[in-house]
Design a protein around this ligand. Structure first.
Ligand code: IPE
Ligand code: IPE
Ligand code: MG
Length: 624
């Protein structure tokens, strides 16, 4: 019963060489033919059922389009199950429920026999989407199957917010994961809400004939009451003066709601173009609704192809320009399971290998896609005490710590973690003795020379200040970053001569410079502007911050990114940890209920407490 946008855009396909497009499709949709077929089906469903949405998805970066098709196809399938004519309402509701339950099971299993759900499961895994937020929306769709009636605009709006908005939020999450967030300035949230209201109203007006034919009246009583007789005329399919006046009032209201020029001000140009074009398409649709007159009650109105092309052609050009200027974080296909003791074949096109298995043959736990953090940051503490405990000089602790670091990278690759950030040397660590500092930096240099991750799908980055560091070390760090920049597996950021306050200060300086050059207006600065001037704008927020070594503080580590991180403190010294401790930390994270300031959705909460599968047992790290 979700109403669908109806305008028909002219499909603007680009013609590419078949081979190149096959390679591109493999990169975007994975190697598995069943999965590619699933994504193709999702694209077809989106194009056929919702051409306007299809056109808007074409304005997203190419790497995000399959994910958008998958999500939209899921909405469409659920909607069709809820709407199937000639079926009893209870039966429709049961079908929606069965599909929702199957999706939940498939997400845990990491695969599906249903092509649409397989694409959704892959999308959730690749982009680390938290689909538990959709539980509430799917429950509302089930209720829709049983019939809907709204007394006032508030009830109507609450329904839109619960059933429709969470799907839109997934698209926003996708953009955020890719490093181009659709961040709204705080003072623009009301604009966005009005805009979403307006689009829903337009969709309802478009689908009026279909809904009335099925006996649904989705306009609230409050909207109908000022036009006596309009409801009765509508249900009997009569175009009366009361109906005409009601439609005129509602189209004017919808036009005001979707005309929000300030909404995208200061936003990244890519997402801003998607929203602005959506608004243009909505206004075209309103023109068609106004022009339809009595035929609004017999068929959904559609704007002309020429009008669509006038909106979409420049939008496609703006989109190409906006995304060509934006480096995006692109995940590869989900990592394949690795056989125990099997180093695995190098893949033909990349020459990359899977990580070596754990020496005891311990296999990684299966972490449900919606329980996987996007970004784990680790304060690797306790090297000095580990060495002192053994009567060794402190620097031996730093050397021993490198084995634990390798383990974490292998463990992260095995479970398909996207971002791992490791605190190696802080701006405060210069307070230590020269000998210790020299050993730490020499250990880093040695690691870079040895290249333990050379054949793995690891994109390496360095975060920190170059000053005070030996020049050859800075050079080697930058070289490694350059060499691995196109890898799509794990992004490993090592923080060396890093300080959180220093990062914030340098970002503020970059922003001040941008303001001086007239690129940003200081009065309109939002969090998004700040985030775009950080050293790595595509680094996602830290979901899980783990510190070893029995200390409970964050020691100037990632203050911007970790404001909402789940904290995990463990007593063992860093060199005593291995990949099982990372898996344990992530498994525990999966049991946490994250609210981000909101009240948990009642339907989602039992899920959130679901116990995750435990990590293979290991002897606990010694406590100190
Ligand atoms: C962490 O271990 C590594 C660095 C700070 C470089 P420590 O050296 O801080 O070890 P403890 O805390 O003194 O045991
Ligand atoms: C934090 O550890 C820095 C690194 C792990 C690189 P420290 O050992 O330096 O932190 P404090 O001094 O205990 O806060
Ligand atoms: Mg320490």
């Amino acid at each position: 019963m979700r109403t669908k946008p109806q305008p028909t855009p002219a499909p603007l396909h680009s013609v590419t060489h078949a081979r190149r497009s096959r390679a591109a499709s493999r990169a975007l949709m994975g190697e598995d033919p069943a999965l590619r077929a699933g994504y193709r089906l999702c694209r077809r469903i989106t194009r056929q059922h919702d051409p306007a949405i299809y056109a808007l998805v074409q304005l997203m970066p190419a790497v995000l389009r399959p994910a958008c098709w998958a999500l939209w196809a899921a909405v469409t399938v659920l909607d069709d199950l809820a709407d199937t004519p000639d079926t009893e309402p209870a039966q429709r509701a049961a079908r929606v429920e069965a599909w929702t339950r199957a999706l939940k099971q498939d997400l845990t299993a990491g695969t599906s026999t249903d092509p649409v759900r397989y694409a959704v499961v892959d999308t959730a895994g690749r982009w680390r989407l938290d689909l538990s937020d959709l539980q509430g929306a799917m429950a509302r769709t089930r209720e829709d199957a049983l019939g809907l009636r709204f007394t006032d605009w508030a009830a109507w709006r609450a329904w839109c917010n619960e059933e429709i908005v969470p799907w839109g939020d997934q698209a926003r999450q996708l953009l955020e994961r890719a490093g181009a967030p659709m961040t709204l300035r705080l003072d623009r949230h009301a604009d966005y809400e009005q805009f979403m209201d307006g689009t829903q109203l337009i969709n309802m007006l478009t689908d009026l004939s279909t809904d009335l034919a099925q006996g649904h009246m989705l306009l609230p009583q409050e909207a109908l009451e000022p036009f006596p007789g309009a409801e009765a005329d509508l249900t009997q399919g009569r175009w009366s003066p009361a109906v005409a006046a009601l439609i005129a009032e509602l189209t004017a209201l919808a036009r005001r709601r979707v005309t929000r020029p300030a909404m995208t001000r200061g936003m990244h140009p890519g997402p801003a173009n998607v929203l602005d074009t959506a608004a243009d398409l909505m206004r075209l649709q309103l023109d068609a609704i106004e022009a339809a007159g009595p035929t609004l009650l017999t068929r959904p109105p559609r704007p002309s192809v020429a009008a669509h092309t006038r909106v979409l052609l420049p939008a496609r050009l703006r989109s190409a320009l906006a995304w060509s200027l934006t480096p995006l974080t692109v995940p590869g296909p989900r990592p394949p399971a690795v056989g125990v003791g099997d180093p695995g074949p190098a893949t033909h096109d990349t020459g990359l290998r899977p990580p070596p298995p754990h020496p005891d043959g311990v296999r990684p736990p299966r972490i449900a896609a919606d329980r996987m953090p996007s970004h784990v940051a680790v304060i690797m503490d306790g090297n000095g005490r580990w060495a002192e405990q053994r009567g060794l000089p402190r620097h031996e602790g730093h050397r021993a710590g490198t084995a634990a670091l390798h383990e974490m990278v292998y463990g992260a690759l095995e479970i398909g973690l996207r971002h791992l950030t490791l605190y190696t040397f802080s701006t405060e660590n210069w307070k230590r003795g020269t000998e210790e500092i020299t050993t730490i930096l020499e250990t880093v240099r040695h690691e870079l020379d040895e290249g333990p991750f050379r054949d793995l799908d690891v994109r390496q980055r360095w975060s920190g200040r170059p000053d005070k560091l030996p020049e050859d070390l800075v050079h080697a760090l930058r070289r490694e970053q350059q060499r691995t920049r196109t890898r799509t597996g794990l992004t490993l950021t090592v923080c060396i001569n890093y300080g959180g306050r220093d990062e914030i200060t340098r970002t503020a300086a970059a922003l001040a410079q941008a303001a001086r050059e007239g690129e940003v207006d200081p009065h309109l600065l939002g969090e998004d502007d700040f985030a775009r001037h950080l050293p790595y704008p595509d680094m996602p927020d830290v979901d899980l911050l783990w510190r070893t070594g029995n200390e409970q503080r964050t020691s100037n580590f990632l203050p911007w990114h970790a404001t909402y991180a789940e904290l995990h403190f463990t007593p063992g010294y860093w060199p005593d940890n291995d990949r099982r401790d990372l898996w344990q930390a992530i498994t525990e994270y999966g049991r946490r209920q994250r609210r981000h300031g909101a009240v948990p959705a009642p339907l989602a909460s039992p899920e959130k407490h679901r116990p995750s599968p435990d990590v293979p047992a290991r002897p606990a790290c010694p406590r100190h």
